[in-house]
Design a protein around this ligand. Sequence first.
Ligand SMILES: *Cc1c(COP(=O)(O)O)cnc(C)c1O
Length: 402
Amino acid sequence: MDHRNASLGPNTTAIHAGEGPDPATGASAPPLHMSSTFVTDQVAGFSAHDLRDDAGFLYTRWGNPTVALLERKIAALEGTEDCLCLASGMAAATAIFLTFLSAGDHAVVSDVSYAGVAELARDTLPRLGIAVTLVDMSDLDAVAAAIRPETKLVHTETPVNPIGRLTDLAAVARLAHDAGALLSCDATFASPLGQDSRALGVDLIMHSVTKYIGGHGDAVGGAVAGSAELVAKLRAEAAIHHGGILSPFNAWLIARGMATLPLRMQAHQRNAIRIAEWLETRPSVTRVIHPGLASHPQAELARRQMTNTSGMISFQVGDAARGRALAQGFIDRLEIIHYAVSLGHHRSLIFWMETDSLMDSSFRLDGAARESYRAFAGDGVFRLSVGLEDAEDLIADLARVL
Ligand SMILES: *Cc1c(COP(=O)(O)O)cnc(C)c1O
């Protein structure tokens, strides 16, 4: 079932894809298969290379029925042939890098990204003999100039954490594919509803399913969706050999949350636009970034590429000292919104991210790259993950401080 290609809508897909009444009991809701091993009637090998497409379940590191349910749901919503779920979003990023890159290869990676991915690309990949060029993915000339004959992978993130800058996926996909490289995209902020990544040319669609897909802040997980061929490579390498698999219990929780993802994304978007427009009227707020605002620097690209602008807002309040003071104000005075990292949950979350400290720790940019970051983030941003509470209550909560 795939709402991108077939007649079914996204809500029906999110609810029914990958599941059906349990043949053994008739249970309407999917069972939770907490079993590490599966009794088999086949005399077969015990190697990732022996895995056949038609084989049943053997051992949960190879595959598990509850994890497979979540994988089919995500693949159906992304319109891809297959999907692999892993223990975290970082396990998903590591899976992409270590499956498709080897010593001597070159990768082009977005110069701004989720901090863990930024540090993996800057520290771990070069240690393994993989050359990395960091580029501002909103600058297509810079992307084209960074690609070399030995480039195997282009990795981007859109909208990018924490500043909400966008990548023109169709244009970057053309550049990557012309050079024979794969394009991977961390689509965590967008969710599968925010853009049709596959149709735009992304080969490997990555999510931290901890965020919107799970949606309830109770389970950590990751996913990579793509063609059957690419996902089979990922499964053999990252799941069976590196072993960072998702627990069936987490898969069950995340699949339950995912059934309401399309509805939740509509509500996240509606709340975020309402709150972003309110923030733009506050004298204490100097800049608001959300892809659904007419003031977004790439509003035209957002309209062309995004099918839901999601619930992430970043906003500035002046210099870093002012940001820190207001962060303390949020910690002391918010009654509904939690001052905490993470995002995409039904509960609203806010966190202060100071530019100089992110530059020292994760991004380490200077010159034009640093200026491009500052054009979106100034001295720092509050990253606000707008949840599913009533917008007026969230506005009243923010107004205690702003
Ligand atoms: C949270 C996040 C990750 C990492 O995911 P975990 O599930 O925390 O490992 C990667 N990318 C983005 C954009 C994220 O927001």
